[in-house]
Design a protein around this ligand. Sequence first.
Ligand SMILES: Nc1ncnc2c1ncn2[C@@H]1O[C@H](COP(=O)(O)OP(=O)(O)O)[C@@H](O)[C@H]1O
Ligand SMILES: [Mg+2]
Length: 268
Amino acid sequence: MDELVLEYRDVMLGYEEAPVLTRVDLRVRRGELVVIAGSSGCGKSTLLKAAIGLLPAWEGQVRLFGQDVATASEGRLAELRARTGMLFQGGVLINSLTITENVALPLEHRSGLPPRVQEELVRMKLALVGLEAHRHKTPPQLSGGMRKRAALARALALDPELLLCDEPSAGLDPVTAAGLDELLLHLREALGMTLVVVTHELSSIETIADRLVIVADGRVAFDGSLPQAKQSELAAVQDFLQRRPAEVGALGPSLLERAREGESEVRG
Ligand SMILES: Nc1ncnc2c1ncn2[C@@H]1O[C@H](COP(=O)(O)OP(=O)(O)O)[C@@H](O)[C@H]1O
Ligand SMILES: [Mg+2]
């Protein structure tokens, strides 16, 4: 029941000589949707990279599906990564390929399935993110929100049990961002996926987070619910909540509701 999908045990991470995270302790259980927040440069992307063994821990252990990524063999690590979808910050679609071809890439490399089956799986993933009608377009022919969804379809290509999303709604307008949040919730509710989502957006945190983790000063400064965060007197939590006065103000009638109203106005 309480199976740990991702675990950071007293982890220290950094680049060359410079430590970024000095002591991170964090456990993600199957089926959770955990939001990781914190100021720019605090190490959120670094944490996600370490989860899939792209960056070795200086100290401590990162365990993915119970396996220490530092000691996993190459084959085993590839298998763990295949069970983990990663939506990188900024997305990394190949502009010269159609989104169908982009989503097919992980399948071609890893699945060993016949082409006919791969095609069908790609079509299903594009339908899941609402892009089936655009499947023959290349990324430059799509809007920012559509590109994000295409990148998400690619992250979902191998039916991951765990999805790591790095600032999925960065640069999107509120309506598009709210749509993406709903899609993430759907993945968890309909497909039982475990999600770790890095985001700055309080509106997103309000909509999707079971659990909010705030990273500051090289460690997990807060781990709890958003209501708990609002009542916390920890400086790191208050800094995070108050750094964006416009969004905090929007927590009454939530930004999501306002976004929906805006959308219906446009449509009507
Ligand atoms: N490849 C890299 N080489 C050296 N330093 C890096 C690299 N990537 C990130 N950093 C540094 O590590 C710190 C944390 O970065 P990052 O994890 O991207 O922060 P966040 O995602 O929270 O904004 C920053 O100071 C950043 O400059
Ligand atoms: Mg980042």
